[in-house]
Each structure stands twice: as structure tokens, then as C-alpha cells.
Design a protein around this ligand. Structure first.
Ligand code: PMP
Length: 417
């Protein structure tokens, strides 16, 4: 089939079995068993299109960007900036200048906390977080809280892992200056009511930062219709490489924020007395940027764009409901995170077994799941668990993967209990 014919076919149907062939690693075995990769929420596998784009960038058009007066540097610059445009289109930002490349979501959130936070927060101001945040959307705010005298307030989750708008309404108020929330929980899969939170926050003049690490993978993201002020995500969970992330913010906000790091690329002029800053987004991209990782992320976006996102979402919904149904049939398994609006991420515990032991035993059957606190210790405390096991699904997973997990769990019960 030609590339064009394949694209046309993919636009209306979605065939995860065909998709698997695009991911070379899925053909390998672990411990002599076929690989069943259920840890995409930690990091997704990469399609060959991404690997090829990065190899080609290194092999044929590699040089530093923005500075060279020679062809190779010009080509590398064009490719790097083309990746920025691909990200812009993917999240429907107004202009490429609103896309800042970082090394990951963690750096993007730290950037906002350190620059916008230090410039705008003072004693008495409140930073609103939710109980289910990843540490990278908690600790940067603690750092800026300690520097500014602001206070952190926390929105509680419900028993099923949902976070209703009423819970936000109890905490957002006149002192709120920023609400920082996950789009989708990396532990529970809960999809948070971002649009409603944005309305509530903007009504009191507060900004909203969305940690989109998981949201960008499972939801179609349009930053303009979400209405938030900042959206952060990592490339490596979106089938791209690691060492690349994105901060989106509206131009006016980026322009009003002081720089994050100083160095080359982010300046306009430098004297020993003072320096002036480059235009955005360069103002926030000090030093040699992650050139080839950005090109790889652009290739991941091209790869994903061949699929109808609604068809992918429907596939992921089917996988999740199959997984929830089959997991709850295994004696002693308790699902953790059953909110109504959920993405394809499922935590669980097995009575009488530690999640770490469970994950180690599952690995012997070729099944990769995450176990631990998932960088969300406050959430674990709220749930009354020290750890959970977590299966998370990507576009390449099938119901056969879920069935392999269930078979491995039955075997694990025999070994561990
Ligand atoms: N937020 C969420 C919801 C995440 O799942 C992760 C990664 N597990 C992060 C933030 C941090 O992403 P990174 O380590 O790629 O910066």
C-alpha cells in the first residue's frame, strides 16, 4: 500500500495490530516471552518513523541551529523550526512563538513556577493544586511558595479518583493566583474538568497551568478552546524521544515573564553592565536547544496525525473497559481509580502482595507494568496505599495484551499468595 493510500485508510479505521508493526521494539521478547508493554504512561515506545527522522537528522543535516551562515546549519534550523510549527498545529496554538521547547514537562512547569511565579506571587496569594498531581506539578510550586510567601491549597479527590468541579469551587477564591492541575492523572487515568476550572479561575483573575503529560496522549488538545494559560507536556510519552518537552503559553504572558535561564540564544545584546533579551520563544531557550529530539517530536506528531484521533480514542476506551472488566474478575484484585471520565490508565492492587513483587513476577511473563508511588506520594497517602501496580495503554496495545496481563496475574497469584 502506498503512503497516501495507507493514510486514507487509517483516517476512517484504526488497526492496532497493523500499528504494532511500526514499533520495532514490540517484536522483541523478554525472558523468552513476547513483550507485553503496558507502561506507556511512564514512557511510550517509538515508531520507526521517529527513529528514522532522528537518524536522518544526524546523518544528513546535523549542525547547530540559528547561528550558522552555512547550508547545513540553515537546514538544521529549518528542521528545528518546522518541528515547532508541527507542535503549534497539533495543539492549535495561535503562532509558533508560543511554543517553547524544554527538556520535558518537568522543566516546563519549573520554568513557569520560577519566572511567572516569582514575578507575580506574594504573601497571601494562593496556588491551587489537586491531590492527584505528579511531583513535578507540586515541588516547583513549593519552591516558589518558599521564595514568595504564597500558600498552597489542595483540591481533594473523591473515592473513585474523580475531581468534581464542586471540589475546585471550594478552594478557588479571591486569593487564588494560579491553579495548576493535571489534564489526566498518570496514576488513576482521571480526566480533570479543565474547561470548567479555567472558567472558575479566570472569574477570580487567576491563571491556569495544565500539566498535559498524559492529556496530550489520550485527548485531542486545543489550547485555545481549553482556554488555559499554560500547557506543558513531554515528547517521550507522545511516542517521541526523551529530552524534549513543550511549554505552550500565550505570547503576552511569555513576553511579560522574566527569562528562566541565562546564556546564548536567549539574549539580544550583552555588556558587563546589562543584557537584553531575545524575542519569545528564544528568550526561554538558553543554550544549544534539543535540536534532534525536537525533530523527533515533530516526526511523532506527523506519525500520529495519520490516524483519526476519534478512532484512536475509541480503541483506547475499548481497551480500558476490557481491562477494567477482566481485572475485576481476578480474585483479590482491587481497581484503584474508577472515575467516570477516565483515560486508558488503570492502577490496581492485589490483596496480600506488594505491587513491586507483583510487577517483578509479571515481568517474568513478559508483562511490563509500573509499580510504586508513581511520583504521586500525596495521592498515595490520600488513597491509603503506599504503592499500586499500574497498566497503561498506548496506540499499539490490543485486547490480547490485556488478556496476557490477566493470565500473568493468575500465575502471579499462585507464586505470591
Ligand atoms: N506530569 C505527569 C502527569 C506525568 O505523568 C509525568 C511523567 N510521569 C510528568 C509530569 C513528568 O514528566 P517528565 O518526567 O517527562 O518531565
Amino acid at each position: 500500500m502506498t503512503a497516501a493510500a495507507r493514510k486514507a485508510a487509517m483516517a476512517t479505521t484504526f488497526d492496532p495490530v497493523a500499528v504494532r508493526c511500526d514499533f520495532p521494539i514490540l517484536a522483541r521478547q523478554v525472558h523468552g516471552k513476547p513483550l507485553v508493554y503496558l507502561d506507556s504512561a511512564a514512557s511510550a515506545q517509538k515508531p520507526k518513523a521517529v527513529l528514522d527522522a532522528m537518524t536522518a537528522a544526524f546523518e544528513t543535516e546535523y549542525a547547530n541551529v540559528h547561528r550558522g551562515a552555512y547550508l547545513l546549519s540553515e537546514r538544521a534550523t529549518v528542521n528545528y523550526e518546522a518541528a515547532r510549527e508541527k507542535v503549534r498545529a497539533f495543539v492549535n496554538a495561535k503562532e509558533p512563538a508560543e511554543i517553547v521547547f524544554t527538556k520535558g514537562a518537568t522543566e516546563a512547569i519549573n520554568l513557569v513556577a520560577a519566572t511567572w511565579g516569582r514575578a507575580n506571587l506574594k504573601p497571601g496569594d494562593e496556588i491551587v493544586l489537586t491531590e492527584l498531581e505528579h511531583h513535578s506539578n507540586i515541588v516547583p510550586w513549593q519552591l516558589v511558595r518558599d521564595q514568595t510567601g504564597a500558600t498552597i491549597r489542595v483540591v481533594k479527590i473523591e473515592n473513585d479518583g474523580g475531581v468534581p468541579t464542586t471540589a475546585f469551587a471550594q478552594v478557588i477564591g479571591p486569593r487564588t493566583k494560579i491553579v495548576a492541575l493535571a489534564h489526566v492523572s498518570n496514576v488513576l487515568g482521571t480526566i480533570l474538568p479543565v474547561e470548567q476550572v479555567v472558567e472558575m479561575a479566570h472569574a477570580v483573575g487567576a491563571k491556569v497551568l495544565v500539566d498535559g503529560c498524559q492529556g496530550i496522549v489520550h485527548e485531542s488538545v486545543d489550547v485555545q478552546s481549553l482556554g488555559c494559560d499554560f500547557y506543558a507536556f513531554s515528547g517521550h510519552k507522545l511516542y517521541g524521544p526523551n529530552a524534549i518537552g513543550v511549554l505552550w503559553a500565550r505570547r503576552e504572558l511569555l513576553e511579560a515573564m522574566p527569562p528562566y535561564q541565562g546564556g546564548g540564544e536567549m539574549i539580544s545584546t550583552v555588556t558587563f553592565e546589562r543584557s537584553t533579551w531575545a524575542e519569545v520563544p528564544a528568550k526561554f531557550e538558553a543554550g544549544t536547544p534539543p535540536i534532534v529530539p525536537a525533530i523527533g517530536l515533530g516526526a511523532a506528531i506527523d506519525y500520529l496525525s495519520q490516524f483519526d484521533r476519534a478512532a484512536v480514542a475509541a480503541h483506547e476506551r475499548d481497551l480500558l473497559s476490557h481491562a477494567m472488566h477482566r481485572l475485576s474478575e481476578v480474585p483479590g484484585i482491587k481497581l484503584v481509580g474508577t472515575a467516570q471520565r477516565k483515560a486508558a490508565v488503570q492502577s490496581f492492587v492485589l490483596d496480600g502482595a506488594h505491587p513491586h513483587d507483583l510487577a517483578t513476577v509479571l515481568d517474568r511473563s513478559g508483562v511490563c507494568v509500573r509499580a510504586g508511588h508513581h511520583c504521586a506520594q500525596p495521592l498515595m497517602a490520600a488513597l491509603g496505599h503506599t504503592a499500586t501496580a499500574r497498566a497503561s495503554f498506548g496506540i499499539y496495545n490490543t485486547t490480547a495484551d490485556v488478556d496476557a496481563l490477566i493470565a500473568a496475574l493468575h500465575k502471579a497469584r499462585e507464586i505470591l499468595l
